[in-house]
Design a protein around this ligand. Sequence first.
Ligand SMILES: Cc1cc2nc3c(=O)[nH]c(=O)nc-3n(C[C@H](O)[C@H](O)[C@H](O)COP(=O)(O)OP(=O)(O)OC[C@H]3O[C@@H](n4cnc5c(N)ncnc54)[C@H](O)[C@@H]3O)c2cc1C
Length: 409
Amino acid sequence: MTQEINFDIAIIGGGMVGASLALLLAQQKPDWTIAVLEAQTFSESGRAQENFDARSTAISQGSVEIFRDLGVWNLLSQQATAISKVHVSDAGHYMGGLIDSAAYELDAVGYVIPNAWLGRVLLDKLKLFSNIQYLSPVRVEKLIPVQKGSQLLLKSGDESFNVNCRLSVIADGGSSPLRASLGIDSHIKNYNQMALIANVAYSEPHNNIAYERFTELGPLALLPLGSSAAAKESALVLTLPSDQVSEVFALSDEDFLQHLQRRFGNRLGKFLRVGRRHIYDLKLITASEQIRSHIVLVGNAAHFLHPVAGQGFNLSLRDGMCLVDSLVQGDLAGHSLGELSVLQDYLRRQAQDQTLTIEFSDKLVRLFSSSSLPLVALRHLGFVGLDLLPAIKTQFAAQTMGTAGAKFL
Ligand SMILES: Cc1cc2nc3c(=O)[nH]c(=O)nc-3n(C[C@H](O)[C@H](O)[C@H](O)COP(=O)(O)OP(=O)(O)OC[C@H]3O[C@@H](n4cnc5c(N)ncnc54)[C@H](O)[C@@H]3O)c2cc1C
């Protein structure tokens, strides 16, 4: 007979979003039992699983506050680099804009954290909660909606078992096979761009400045790594047209550094070294439905954004905060866990933040990846605006710091 296990909440996918949400839930409601079901192996030695990969993530001040409340910021901050300024520029033009944390009386606009460290800290914290079970490697093969909950069919190696839960949280990533299996459509906007990720070293200290530079081939971001005054390394997110990515990927280190130098310029001196390169396909994917009775989609499964503005994970954390709050309020009001009206309340409260953040990332990419003359003119106006028009600068800064649509925080 197939083994059956019951939980209040099953989170399918223990990536950055699934793991963070489990912590948010467990902290708020110690009496809810939570399963985190992750297909990849979680090593007991505390090393991160593969999906907490070689990338680094820029997190906003708003996200720092969430991690502080979860009691993990003191550990995360050990490997976090403060971003004191964000420099935004357009290749071929002298105009640029600067978002300076000092102008907002903040220590930092945000922080850069290696994904591997983020994963290790989150997964170690999960183990401390007696109401969370992190099961890995287990793959959810099927989700069957039943009355007031779901039945999940799981596979771990040759073994099969079932999980019954009142609320299923689908956090299985951008391609989300479960989203598709439930017949939920996704709207896909193809940017025809891919991101090449690598750590790079250069000759001048970064002085805790993050750079966003827009070039004809697409945007690039350099996020500072290392907190010493002499630190000269950044995490690079280099956007390329899809049909050129393999050519650039295959360049020798020396030729790659020259390519980067041409696109970025000399603000960090001479590019000297590049680490292992990785490639990610870039699309805007939005699920046509994020909630159904006793089911909610979160993280990349709900919305997968272009990474250049560093918004995807930050938005998902704010979604997570709001979701947990709606669930707790719903519980207090006597609603059953996962009841549609409660999930509708969550989505209604987060709709503005989601729309603003998705539109911000999308418009930024389109505006700054185009060589069409009206858009080029518009972006030059944008740069003038960034320095001269306080309203535009405030919107850009608020989005970067994670406070633009977040009435909730
Ligand atoms: C290049 C790049 C740079 C980025 N930089 C930033 C940044 O600076 N700031 C920012 O805010 N955001 C950034 N993002 C976005 C951020 O990475 C995403 O928001 C985040 O990774 C989403 O995590 P997730 O947990 O939703 O999905 P994933 O990380 O894809 O995790 C999904 C998990 O589900 C598991 N899974 C899948 N199917 C099953 C199944 N059937 N059963 C069990 N488990 C399953 C997978 O193994 C995986 O662990 C960046 C994204 C990219 C691509």
